[in-house]
Ligand binder design. Structure first.
Ligand code: HEC
Ligand code: HEC
Ligand code: HEC
Ligand code: HEC
Length: 139
């Protein structure tokens, strides 16, 4: 009887530990993210795979180049802060004041940087023209 209780306790405790670790690592940078939002007027293009970790670790792109939280027009987001989906603030159907609609938010973020790199001769392959260098084929 006592042993059974101990087993249950162990299970519960290790479960709690797992949860605690889970919470602590919740802000881990995913290796890659599949960007595939819904709610667009039309869903014309396939999903986009972003090599997330590579952008940070190998391409040396700061987190705050892509993640932000604007307060009084200033980006106050810093590493360790919670990360919201772009769609939490960018509407897929329309621009809201200074907040571009979702498709433009991605394109502006991704393509502007890539284009600048290519124009500056710092990269040959950062994609900004060919749609399918980012978008997968639609199934
Ligand atoms: C640098 C990468 C990149 C390039 C190049 C790019 N896109 Fe995108 N595009 C994205 C990302 C990321 C999204 C967001 C995808 C989502 O939310 O499903 C997106 C979303 C879209 C959407 C809205 C979602 C949909 O499926 O309807 C359209 C339309 C679109 N892109 C068209 C294009 C076209 C046309 C081109 C080529 C002229 C292009 N994109 C090139 C990254 C790119
Ligand atoms: C090149 C742009 C870019 C860089 C650099 C970048 N991220 Fe991201 N990150 C994204 C995009 C895009 C997503 C997917 C969000 C979406 O589409 O809604 C994402 C997703 C995440 C998520 C997952 C959110 C979820 O919904 O599960 C976390 C956590 C995160 N990023 C943290 C970081 C941290 C920390 C860094 C720096 C070490 C970083 N990111 C660097 C673009 C970037
Ligand atoms: C917490 C809300 C929030 C989240 C999450 C968010 N944005 Fe934004 N974003 C804003 C606001 C607000 C603005 C307008 C800022 C301003 O100009 O005052 C903005 C502006 C932008 C702009 C235009 C900036 C410029 O230079 O013109 C781009 C591009 C953009 N966001 C991309 C993204 C991408 C990509 C993601 C996800 C990785 C994302 N945003 C997540 C709130 C958010
Ligand atoms: C601030 C700069 C910056 C931003 C923002 C950025 N990238 Fe990149 N991206 C790079 C660099 C640097 C490379 C590597 C170019 C090279 O090696 O020549 C790259 C390469 C790529 C490549 C080709 C190689 C690979 O790793 O797959 C893809 C696809 C790509 N980026 C997608 C995206 C998408 C999607 C977004 C927006 C969510 C984005 N990038 C935002 C800097 C950026």
């Amino acid at each position: 009887m006592k042993r059974k209780l101990l087993t249950i306790l162990t299970v519960v405790l290790s479960g709690m530990l797992f949860l605690a670790v889970g919470v602590l690592t919740a802000t881990d940078v995913p290796d890659s993210v599949k960007i595939s939002n819904t709610g667009y007027k039309k869903d014309k293009k396939g999903p986009v795979i972003l090599h997330h970790k590579k952008h940070h670790a190998d391409y040396k792109v700061a987190c705050a180049e892509c993640h932000h939280d604007y307060q009084n027009g200033k980006n106050v987001w810093k590493e360790g802060d919670p990360v919201k989906k772009c769609s939490a603030c960018h509407n897929p159907k329309k621009k809201q004041g200074k907040v571009p609609k979702l498709q433009n938010a991605y394109h502006k973020n991704c393509k502007t940087c890539h284009k600048a790199l290519v124009k500056a001769g710092k990269s040959k392959k950062a994609p900004y023209k060919k749609c399918n260098n980012c978008h997968q084929k639609k199934k």
